[in-house]
Design a protein around this ligand. Structure first.
Ligand SMILES: Nc1ncnc2c1ncn2[C@@H]1O[C@H](COP(=O)(O)OP(=O)(O)OP(=O)(O)O)[C@@H](O)[C@H]1O
Length: 360
């Protein structure tokens, strides 16, 4: 799939923007704080219903305006999509897909798929399990309404169980919550394990290519359960009840699971060098692109926010060679570093204080 056209009105520092895009590389250059990331953010928002940078939609609206508006035309192999999104100051969003009003943001699933890669993604490799779970959940929600539903129901039951843990004599209620958590939790774990399998399928080969056969990468899902059945998961919740009551929170379950990123048999989070950690995240992001293609039959749109300058020439070449069939949006402060690797149909845009001029 690719985006043919983007329109923004009163979005961040864009009062009015009309952009016709190429289905290959779209490069946005400009000094800091001119509005390059704002473009990528608006595309991410139209894909997932929320910004990758903020939870407060108010920030997305141009100062002193009442609402922001995004319109995107997506060309797809089957049915093209037109997404119209309006963001209001009081927090609500209006959404139309192909001119039909939809009430749930989950209807966006599949209309426009994106993979965003920004310097922040290094957290997936370097920091706490929260970031790895978030990565898995976002990727799986892009691919499946059922996963989004299971995750929402699981989180709801988890909040209720945690509240119940604070009261005494709540065995019956806890029984119900534990059954609900086991029923949704098992689906979440199974989908994540399947996703990790696919990540290995594409990531292993890719990582070998990037590192010229020097490194072997492997992803392993980490959960206290070897036996993945609903009954086993239920028993685990029950077994942990006493401890959970003492801690007043639920200490096991998919909301505490993790996945390890192993390079040459070592845990990259703990022992990996800066360079290895950067390459691991590059592999994860590009493998996730392939997983989307594997499952949906179409490549998503790739958003590269300020990542090329952080990589050496070999890795830049690898990225720019592997995006040939993928519409890509690249932000950078200058093009001189990457010009030698760019081929095909490319548009270069100069971004200056919320205005954009095409310069090729
Ligand atoms: N709600 C808003 N209304 C108006 N302008 C805004 C709003 N939110 C952010 N901005 C402006 O957008 C600009 C930042 O845009 P963006 O984050 O896209 O920068 P960038 O070009 O990607 O810069 P960098 O290279 O430093 O990452 C800043 O000038 C900021 O003042």
């Amino acid at each position: 799939m690719y985006i043919e056209y983007l329109k923004l009105i009163n979005y961040r520092n864009y009062e009015m923007l009309d952009l016709k895009l190429t289905k290959e590389a779209n490069i946005f250059i400009g000094d800091n704080a001119q509005g390059k990331t704002n473009i990528l953010e608006s595309i991410y928002l139209a894909s997932l219903g929320k910004s990758h940078r903020t939870k407060r939609d108010k920030e997305l609206i141009m100062w002193n305006s009442e609402a922001a508006y995004i319109q995107i035309y997506v060309c797809k192999e089957r049915l093209n999509k037109k997404i119209d999104m309006k963001i209001f100051k009081h927090g609500a969003k209006g959404l139309n897909i192909n001119s039909i009003k939809v009430n749930k943001l989950s209807e966006l699933i599949g209309a426009l798929n994106v993979v965003m890669f920004s310097p922040e993604d290094l957290k997936i490799v370097k920091e706490s399990p929260v970031y790895r779970r978030k990565f898995l959940d976002i990727e799986l929600c892009k691919l499946s309404k059922a996963y989004l539903h299971n995750l929402t129901q699981y989180k709801k039951a988890l909040g209720e169980r945690n509240a119940a843990l604070k009261k005494i004599n709540n065995k019956e209620l806890l029984d119900i919550y534990d059954m609900t958590l086991a029923s949704f939790g098992i689906k979440i774990i199974k989908d994540r394990i399947e996703y990790i399998k696919n990540l290995n399928l594409y990531g292993k080969k890719m990582h070998k290519d990037i590192t010229q056969n020097r490194e072997v990468i492997e992803f392993r899902y980490i959960s206290p359960l070897n036996e993945i059945t609903e009954e086993e998961l239920y028993k685990l919740f029950v077994k942990n009840r006493e401890r959970d009551m003492f801690n007043k929170s639920t200490n096991v379950g998919p909301h505490r699971d993790d996945f390890e990123i192993i390079i040459n048999e070592m845990d990259t989070r703990i022992y990996g060098s800066q360079g290895q950690q950067r390459t691991a995240v590059l592999t994860i992001k590009f493998a996730s692109l392939k997983v989307i293609k594997h499952i949906t039959g179409e490549y998503p749109v790739l958003l590269l926010d300020d990542v090329l300058s952080e990589l050496d020439s070999n890795r830049q070449r690898y990225i720019l060679n592997s995006i040939k069939d993928v519409q890509t949006f690249i932000t950078c402060t200058g093009i001189s570093d990457i010009r030698e690797h760019i081929s095909g149909e490319t548009k270069v845009f100069l971004v200056n204080k919320g205005h954009i001029d095409e310069i090729t």
